[in-house]
Design a protein around this ligand. Sequence first.
Ligand code: PLP
Ligand code: COI
Length: 340
Amino acid sequence: MAKDIDWGSLPFGYKETSKSFVANFKDGKWDEGTLTSDHTITLNECAGVLQYAQTCFEGLKAYTTADGKIVCFRPDLNADRMADSCARLEMPVFPKDKFIQAVKDVVKANLDWVPPYGSGATLYIRPYMFGSNAVIGVKPADEYQFRILVTPVGPYFKGGVKPIKVRISDLDRAAPHGTGDIKAGLNYAMSLHNIVDAHKCGYAENMYTDPATHTYIEETGGANILFVTKDGKLVTPKSNSILPSITRRSLLVVAKEYLGIEVEERQINKNELKDFVEVGLCGTAAVISPVGQIDDHGTSIMVPSGMEKFGPVLGKLRDTLTGIQMGTEKAPEGWVVQIA
Ligand code: PLP
Ligand code: COI
């Protein structure tokens, strides 16, 4: 029985649901893990996560398909990316098969929280891990907790799919040769002051440039970026300080193989922004959100697709991707995993 919620007006926010998944790493090994209805965590005051921010996370979604199944999208890639984050942060890896099983188990334990097909909402799944025992010298913890919480969400940007305004940022979210390419909590802590300031100034997001030279476009605080050229090519930044977005990697395949669109991953100079005809942010939370205006220190770049609607190429891409996720388009082998 779906919960009595007005799914269509859900924000992108946290709601406590029925169960979370929790597993603990101690004495060099993971325990079996279990589902819990305890949504609080009690930690030592000196826990590694509290002192040195030793934590990373993932994000994926569960969908109700047109024919009433519950599925999720490419959880294997979230498991792989979390393994990369853990390796970089000196944390133990939660095994891939157990990660995927835990995602399935926790969604199954919260079926009545999965928004119905066509509601515009989805169940956001947030796996995360943190150092849980006391450390005072700067070193990795010995004990860790891996958890998965789920929460029903609406669109990431207020106004749903209405084009947003972003600004080129003065601050950096990542360092050259830093941690921009993993999903470490610390990257998001770095961006908090800047997103609060962006909102105060009327922008929905910050568009970051490369931290070494501030010349090339990287990504925003919570999504990768897609551009469409005048001749209809899909272009996206190539950089080793951006997060390897699963949505972006999937969209490049969808563009090429479903829609016959030429795609290019390359460095994108800030000076090129005025030449694109469509701009969008892509990610699990953002799906594809159109950008209508980019402000760069006093210069406003008005994207030709405008402030009212999606441009045709990104609109078609979004429809095709969500069609794959919700079962109205045939999915490439292995992309859609059935849970119930
Ligand atoms: N870039 C950043 C900084 C993000 O936080 C996210 C969200 O996960 C993305 C990009 C998009 O990645 P994905 O498509 O895997 O959700
Ligand atoms: C996601 O899209 O899953 C993210 O983690 C982005 C975050 C800003 C909500």
